[in-house]
Write a protein that binds this ligand. Structure first.
Ligand SMILES: *[C@@H]1O[C@H](CO)[C@@H](O)[C@H](O)[C@H]1NC(C)=O
Ligand SMILES: *[C@@H]1O[C@H](CO)[C@@H](O)[C@H](O)[C@H]1NC(C)=O
Ligand SMILES: *[C@@H]1O[C@H](CO)[C@@H](O)[C@H](O)[C@H]1NC(C)=O
Ligand SMILES: *[C@@H]1O[C@H](CO)[C@@H](O)[C@H](O)[C@H]1NC(C)=O
Length: 665
């Protein structure tokens, strides 16, 4: 009897230990890959704050978030054995924050803290700033509500921002809105923004000890602490991405025994400005991790958010998800990238989130859908619009989406049959816009599209008639809003970013390649012979000035072609698509370079600065230029493209596509 009792106790103890072990194993596995199925074993979310204390602490057992009360910035994140992932050497307000650039620079600081909702499974908190007319000069005229959501079992937190203007708020122009995280610089040393674009990064000290190049963001690393970085260029603009691909970026503590990853996951582009191909920053030396909501990068003034005096406004930016993960050993640190990508795909599936408390965030069942089919009719040749970009944006001219910075935008790609579905559209009035790779110009559906909650709109057989005045005589490039297909030279051996040395796709991101124009064409400018030359090899990616005797000079490119048939009376048309322009002017002449005034000029165009920022495009500009047949000859003709502005290396254009058409007969 006694013996049996003893046995039972031992058995129970053993059973208990086994159960605990199982629990720990599961917890271990959980923190590694964060599956939702184990929600049950995770502790509830809890919040702690004292009435007069300057912080709010939220934890779910996986990580702990320290928020400034009532200012709303992130002071600390403790996770994976690290007391604080954020840069503790910085002031508390300079670690994880929202900022706005509107002539001046403001880190947004809340004045009122509240708990929006609290259950065992989820806590949402709010930090509100109300615009105060008395301090108007230093505060952007917006009411701003910064929200954080911590959910049970999640290895990370959501954050979003509601911005509102009321009637009576003064005019303002906003250049940038973003969330910034600055991480522990001793530990976070490996940056990842895509499968191919990831590397060990230099430190801020390496930059500080280096030599600034043509502008302060680009630094030649002359005395880095690790010899492997010596002679490399570091420039945050080398890590930009188009909005459509800018949905995950972050850092890893690659040399830790138990590496930790910190990631910003952006499940939707709906709240960003400028549409799907606008480029923006991601992560960069700091170590800094950005979530860009609005900026003028690669767009210039046209992409500013401009508010009139008294203009009312309301928009939700986000949510974004800040994700943390950890690996069991140093050897596996890159698995944190694949795991973060996995998490991204889960976030994409659960968009639009159903747990966001603000009424300003429209839930899935109150959003609308537009679907349909889209064709191109290019002078009677009809084909499905394959892989077209189709989107809704605030009403405007065809193509206006690329500089539209205030409303929401919703984009998709059509399939090979031209079918498309745009889901999860916030109710409102929009224009439907599109463009089709392979064809010039911009499509706009002629009627306004009004999205109602839960509404489905079918737009069958939309047809795009791209600009064309006659048959093609010749063409240079591919109409795709980018100069990517043209000749992008090798970087200077002493000015490389090693990441892009063997990466053909991204070679345009190297510093200084614009200056290769002078090396390649030291005396005479580029001449392109139609039918002989190949634009991939012989058409320089950017039309920039040349440096001669330490002076920049304007350059004139020539397109030489042989018109084998008789001249057709009427106008020939030069279809000129420009992928980027920066304080440039292109003058066009036919067979007479000295014609003054020139036959055509774009006048001063653009400030997207994409040449200096290593973008392969900025904003699209399109010109249909009539060339009267009186100037054309049978036989050899020359079109002159003169880029006249040359106060800086970065003044120039990147062409997208050039085509000459005969008159219609
Ligand atoms: C974690 O991921 C691995 C591999 O993807 C999977 O086999 C395992 O079941 C997952 N563990 C948990 C706890 O979800
Ligand atoms: C909190 O602050 C209020 C007003 O400043 C003060 O009256 C109160 O005594 C403080 N409470 C504590 C616990 O410090
Ligand atoms: C890089 O090398 C080129 C010659 O290829 C030289 O003209 C230039 O001054 C060098 N630049 C730097 C920053 O050392
Ligand atoms: C050719 O273009 C010019 C300038 O746009 C225009 O004035 C003229 O009418 C055109 N000629 C023909 C034949 O279309």
């Amino acid at each position: 009897m006694k013996m049996e009792h003893h046995m039972n106790k031992r058995f129970l103890l053993l059973w208990f230990i086994m159960a605990m072990q199982l629990c720990f194993m599961m917890l271990g596995a959980y923190s590694e890959n964060n599956s939702k199925s184990l929600m049950g074993i995770n502790p509830p979310v809890s919040i702690k704050y004292e009435r007069n204390s300057s912080q709010v602490v939220i934890t779910n057992g996986i990580f702990t978030l320290y928020l400034a009360n009532p200012r709303g910035y992130v002071k600390g994140i403790s996770y994976g054995g690290m007391q604080n992932l954020l840069a503790t050497e910085n002031e508390e307000g300079d670690r994880g924050y929202l900022d706005v650039v509107f002539g001046s620079f403001e880190r947004v600081q809340g004045t009122t803290f509240s708990i929006v909702s609290q259950t065992m499974n989820e806590i949402e908190v709010s930090f509100v700033t109300t615009w105060n007319s008395r301090v108007a000069h230093s505060q952007v005229p917006l009411n701003i509500d910064q929200r954080y959501i911590v959910r049970r079992g999640d290895s990370g937190f959501y954050s979003y921002v509601i911005m509102e203007r009321l009637e009576g708020f003064p005019a303002v122009t906003i250049d940038q809105i973003r969330i910034v995280y600055k991480l522990q610089e001793k530990q976070f040393n490996y940056m990842a923004i895509s499968d191919t674009r990831q590397r060990r990064m230099p430190s801020p000290q390496d930059r500080a000890g280096g030599r600034p190049l043509a502008y302060k963001e680009a630094v030649l690393l002359t005395h880095p602490s690790e010899p492997e970085f010596r002679g490399e260029v570091d420039d945050k603009y080398q890590y930009s991405s188009e909005n459509q691909y800018n949905n995950i970026n972050g850092w890893i503590t690659a040399d830790s025994e138990k590496p930790v990853g910190f990631w910003i996951i952006t499940p939707s582009n709906e709240f960003r400005n400028g549409g799907p191909i606008k480029q923006d920053l991601t992560s960069h030396v700091g170590p800094t991790c950005l979530s860009m909501f609005v900026s003028t990068h690669y767009g210039g003034k046209e992409t500013e958010m401009v508010f009139q005096n008294g203009e009312a406004y309301k928009k939700v930016f986000g949510p974004i998800f800040v994700y943390m993960n950890s690996a069991s050993s140093k050897a596996h640190f890159t698995s944190l990238w694949s795991d973060a990508k996995q998490r991204l795909s889960n976030e994409l599936k659960s968009w639009p989130y159903n747990f966001v408390q603000s009424k300003a965030f429209v839930p899935a069942n109150e959003r609308g859908t537009v679907l349909g089919s889209f064709q191109v009719n290019d002078w009677g040749k009809v084909s499905p619009a394959n892989n077209a970009y189709i989107g809704l944006a605030s009403p405007g001219e065809a193509g206006s989406w690329q500089s539209e910075s205030k409303g929401y935008q919703f984009w998709t790609r059509s399939d090979q049959h031209g079918f498309f579905v745009i889901k999860n559209i916030v109710p409102g009035r929009y224009n439907l816009f599109a463009w089709v790779p392979g064809y010039i110009g911009d499509y706009k559906y002629k009627y306004l599209v009004t999205i109602r909650p839960g509404g489905i709109i079918k737009l069958n057989s939309l047809v795009y008639y791209p600009p064309r005045n006659g048959p093609t005589l010749w063409a240079i490039g591919i109409p795709d809003r980018s100069a990517h297909e043209f000749y992008v030279p090798d970087a200077y051996a002493n000015l490389t970013n090693k990441l892009y040395v063997n990466d053909f796709e991204d070679r345009f991101r190297q510093y200084g390649i614009w200056q290769r124009y002078t090396d390649l064409y030291p005396k005479n400018d580029l001449v392109y012979r139609v039918g002989v030359d190949n634009y991939r090899r012989d058409w320089f990616y950017a039309h920039v000035p040349r440096l001669t005797n330490n002076k920049l000079e304007a350059t004139t490119w020539k397109i030489v072609f042989d018109l084998k048939s008789n001249v057709v009376r009427g106008n020939y048309t030069l279809q000129l698509a420009i992928a980027s322009a920066t304080y440039a002017e292109v003058q066009v002449s036919l067979n007479d370079m000295s014609a003054y005034p020139p036959h055509f000029t774009t006048h001063r165009i653009g400030d997207d600065n994409a040449i200096a920022r290593h973008g392969i495009h900025g904003l699209q500009l399109f010109y249909s230029i009539p060339l009267p047949s009186s100037r054309m000859v049978r036989g050899i003709n020359t079109i002159f493209l003169r880029q006249t502005r040359c106060e800086s290396f970065f003044q120039g254009v990147m062409y997208d596509y050039i085509r000459l058409e005969s008159p219609r007969v």
